[in-house]
Ligand binder design. Structure first.
Ligand code: MG
Length: 262
């Protein structure tokens, strides 16, 4: 099942507030009541065409977006880093989240804004100290993410809160797929039509069960929390006005545009 969140068309009977829906086919959404992460999937009977709505980020994290750093060996190498012996975790504020086709805003403070293609986990329930064998129980589904990074500030600051925390620096979408099973699917980033990152999900150093087991030994995860699972090699800067697409085979693709320099 693919869950979308969207703004209804202006002239529809669906009101003006964002709604959730289930994507039934390439162009048909069944509207659901409430937020499926908290209230389950309950269809209202109303439908709307995908082509008539504006898609939004499919989840609004109420507490946090967790991220895993250096989780692909070839990316750690390109950053002149060792492969970590346990997951490196950091947080992007939930105010950094934007949806598909939204604009990433180039901050005036930065002279280099990078893309990072990543698989994102959406958490479905409150959980703490999750054993490896129970990790599936706490996952609501998966979506795509771009861990946008002001690379010069990441180097300058020595820690990553500013570099990765600007508003608009966490594109998510276009939907949450509740059936996706990460394996050897291809993951890529395409910048202005040129493939820049190309890897498979099974190249992750720490896989999904290890990540959730590890982070929940540190902190409680809440429904709607999102975990970005790291990026493969090939990261790089985006030029002003760039179009950037993150794609994962069998999951979808997420396209955003970078603004002109602030
Ligand atoms: Mg990253």
């Amino acid at each position: 099942m693919r869950i979308v969140r969207f703004t209804p068309p202006p002239a529809s009977q669906l009101g003006r507030d964002p709604l959730f829906g289930v994507l039934e086919s390439d162009d048909l959404i069944s509207v659901i009541s409430g937020d499926p992460i908290y209230q389950g999937v309950s269809k209202t009977g109303a439908t709307v065409a995908l082509s008539d709505v504006k898609l939004l980020a499919p989840v609004i994290p109420r507490s946090k977006v967790l991220c895993i750093g250096k989780n692909y060996a070839d990316h750690a190498a390109e950053m002149n880093s060792e492969v970590p012996d346990e997951p490196i975790i950091f947080i992007k504020p939930n105010t950094s989240v934007i949806g598909p086709n939204d604009t990433i805003v180039w901050p005036a403070m930065s002279d280099r804004v990078d893309y990072e293609a990543e698989l994102a986990i959406v958490i479905g329930r409150v959980c703490k100290e999750v054993p490896i064998e129970r990790v599936k129980d706490v996952i609501f589904g998966y979506t795509l993410a771009n861990d946008v990074t002001a690379r010069n500030l990441q180097k300058k600051d020595g820690q990553w809160t500013r570099a990765k925390g600007f508003d608009t620096f966490c594109p998510l979408g276009p939907w949450i797929d509740t059936d996706f099973e990460p394996g050897n699917q291809a993951i890529s980033a395409t910048l202005n039509g040129e493939v820049k990152q190309s890897a498979t999900l099974n190249e992750m150093i720490f896989k999904i069960p290890q990540i959730i087991n590890f982070v929940t030994q540190v902190m409680t995860l809440l429904p709607g929390d999102v975990i970005l699972t790291g990026t493969p090699a090939g990261i790089g800067p985006m030029p002003e006005g760039a179009q950037i697409t993150v794609a994962i085979a069998g999951l979808g693709q997420l396209t955003n545009t970078l603004s002109h320099r602030g």
